[in-house]
Design a protein around this ligand. Sequence first.
Ligand code: IFG
Length: 522
Amino acid sequence: MYRRLSVLLAGAALPLALISAPAQASHPAIQLGSVLPAPTEVHPSNTTFRLDSHTVIEAPRSARNVADQLAKALRPATGYRLPVVDRAPHGAPAISLETGHAGARLGSEGYQLDVRKSGVSIRANANAGLFHGVQTLRQLLPAAIDASRRQHADWTVAGGQIVDVPRFGFRGAFLDEARHFHTPGEIKRYIDDISRFKINSLHLHLADDQGWRIQIDSWPKLTKISGGAGTGVDGVGGGYLTKAQYKDIVRYAADRYVTIIPEIDMPGHVNAAQVAYPELTCDGVAPEPRTDTDVGYSSLCIGKEITYKFVEDVIRELAAITPGPYLHIGGDEAHATTPADYVTFQQRVLPLVKKYGKTAYGWNEISRAPAATKAVAQYWSTDTSNADVAAAVANGMKVVMSPANKAYLDMKYDRNTVLGLSWAGFIEVRTAYDWDPGTLVTGVPESAVLGVEAPLWSETLRDIGDIEFMAFPRLPAIAELGWSSADDHDWESFRARLGAYGPRWVQQGVDFYRSPQIDWAS
Ligand code: IFG
């Protein structure tokens, strides 16, 4: 309810009638170049493909996962059967998915989309590329394609070719499960939302001062005591993921070529763990449970051996249920840990991640530890230089860019935004878009940048509606910085494509922020 207040305040609200305008009977085919993120190469032709009741989806068995998702996406609004077949009947109009030998240039995530009068083909070296090509195809159909009920629209796709390859391999989103627990259903909905923009990783912040949000068998009180009702901010938003639920989310994400990255924040942000296990404090006394939003007051006891047994057990159990390459071990705001103890801790813990077959990922403070040169630092500082990070990068550390004053989606859009925080400043759409991950920070050249990630902290975000209001329309800006080439970076082009995308969020039921910086199509 209070989300909308900010829209009215911003004066961007449109009369309801306009928002729910019926799908147009016919429309000029949507331009190939209108896709978000901007594709690498676009070669329009003067033909079009019309999807109709005879269209089939042709795919090899190995690409069934993608083909079935494409069929599921197109059937409701068109009402067409769109059967998935190994081989299209001769002469049948087909959307063909083809993998293998698509050319080294496309890598593992790129694709080539060809739209002819007779049919559409998507070629890629791997299914991830096919999936990304499908997201593009969905955007080339009228917005009505996202309706959940049959629409009478002209299902034409503009003819031509798109060749599309990502600039960065790491294009991430982030949900803070600790401050407010979001259910598996909400996490899956967010995975649906972000995968439309070719985001390929979702970082889940699973423990913090307020609550512990993932079942750990060897330390059961973590969730029994610190994962229950009342352990969210202001006592709202408790709960936790069982291992079964976590594995189900991992599978759901993998089907959409999104890798899950779990984070257990240490050595700070550990009050919830210490409430459950007082032996994890230096004096053995359980701290009070906390549901406020202060940070920097808690620390594991660096000198006690049980600390490292705890950390290793948690890393071991998380690694066993995480197929992705990364485990995030936090490392931010350890203000209650001395600088020397912080380095001691990281020197013991970073190698533990490797011991269990994963690459350590941590907030950029980990760069103070020599062991971090084999890890990945998530840069969240608002500064454009950082000596520790530059030194670690010079010794091989890689970086994911999440500058809080550009990429933190929990920052308010402007002073009217009811949700969110503002400690890193207001972030309107253009602020989220107008920067370059490859050049932002001195001493962090593009060669050291794996990509980008857009954190969404949940101190003030209670449900998926809050999440989507803060994520959209800024997440596509971060997604474009991760996917599109720096040469294609163009605010006027981006804002036009974003404005045209608005009706799709209306069809999807996404309550997005109608930024006054954008001319929204409806
Ligand atoms: N900083 C804290 C988060 C969260 C955030 C909210 C990091 C790495 C402010 N640490 O961002 O726990 O409170 O914007």
